[in-house]
Write a protein that binds this ligand. Sequence first.
Ligand code: ADP
Ligand code: MG
Length: 477
Amino acid sequence: MDKNAEKVWSNCLKIIKDIVEWQHYKTWFEPITPVSLKANVLVIQVPSQFFFEYLEEHYVNLLAKTLKRELGKEARLEYRIMVDSGNSRSKPVTMDVSGQGFKSFSNNEMDFPLVINNPVKNPFVIPGLKKMQIDPQLNPIYTFDSFIEGDCNRVARRAGKTVAEKPGANSFNPLVIYGSTGLGKTHLAQAIGNEVKRIHPNKVVLYVSSEKFINQFMDHSRNNAINDFIHFYQLIDVLILDDVQFFAKAEKSQDAFFAIFNHLHQSQKQLVLTSDKSPKDLEGVQERLLSRFRWGLSADLQVPDYETRIEILEKKMKNDGLEMPKEVVKYIAYNINNNVRELEGALISLLAQSSLNRKEIDLDLAKKVLRNFVKSSSKEITIDTIQKMVCEYFDVPYEKLLQKTRKREIVQARQITMYLAKAFTKNSLKTIGDHFGGRDHTTVIHSCQTVKDLMDTDGIFRENVLELQQKVQLAAM
Ligand code: ADP
Ligand code: MG
């Protein structure tokens, strides 16, 4: 335990003891343990979420006053909440939350001139219609049920559930989910949205990537419609903004988001943000935004351990109705160990190979496939990217790829693109076909088979495909 924290906390308790009734003191203050003191931030550990909320609701002023006496007026209190006290098998789980009652903002920061000085009629509100009809932009496959829990994500997943059950009315606002690529940020953020819609069908939920937000903002600012833009966002009950690291350097968009954030937060609307870095490492994002990100809970996603990786694979197989020997599942989980997207990619490659070669999935095939795979696809590669790469490589115009041209070079370029799209993306055969001017899945299967056959019989063709494959693999790293 931190000596300084202990000292500061015991000084606070001396005062609190005098003020609070004995029974209440025993109930609400004795179970607290001071954890650490850094600069002006004292962290105390509390036994439960309920406990934390009770303190925040009933004793926040008292806590603020006593702590400010000790540490000055910049003093802040953070809580470490015991989520799960653990047992012989699992470690205790805690999460860190800032005290809401301690936030203090200077007035000028709150005044976003676009909104405050210039109140405009909201174009999206139709009189007599209470709630807006907006498509939440959620993908129904991303649910809590399909998001396997492990030590790597327990805090984030549970906080996400709490947020979905009581959006806005909880202490995790904003909820910031961070972690490197392919660890499930988008999945979890979308699961929150889907769960909110399931439990509270009338809530207005919107999922938007930060890139899209920025583009929308720029469109609106070109058309002098920034106020409409901001007002639209201010009507949302649960706003999920994915990949906020894209905000770096987009100053004007940050200003707009700042106004939206303040409005939603003050109206007890829920914000869920994701980022590939912890808020403290987000460069190029304004401090006033970062400090708001810290108001709620920042929870990280780590790389899943071996058991969790097996569970993820098994869940995925179950959902897709697939079967394969346990030893193969173990082999994949053992060898692909830093990214869930890669894990799924390996599974898909294996399936693709097995169906192309009409071979059962066994350990030998898994070894072969994973040999090519291990270094690849930590990034998401899209069909469009592959199309561009192939067009460039063969010097074929993109439109030709989509047309019904029968010219041999074009046909082959198209077939190779489909083959690579199947091997390197998670898209279904149908989606791949759609990207080629609406061809059906049998065409895609046929193309993949043709490429395989030609690779066996035509040396130059084979060289071309292998070179392209390498390029795609590199792009995916
Ligand atoms: P990120 O947004 O962090 O880059 P995604 O949310 O896109 O990652 O996740 C990559 C893939 O891994 C998705 O297909 C997602 O469904 C899957 N995934 C990640 N974590 C889990 C998990 N805990 N359980 C099941 N699937 C997961
Ligand atoms: Mg993502």
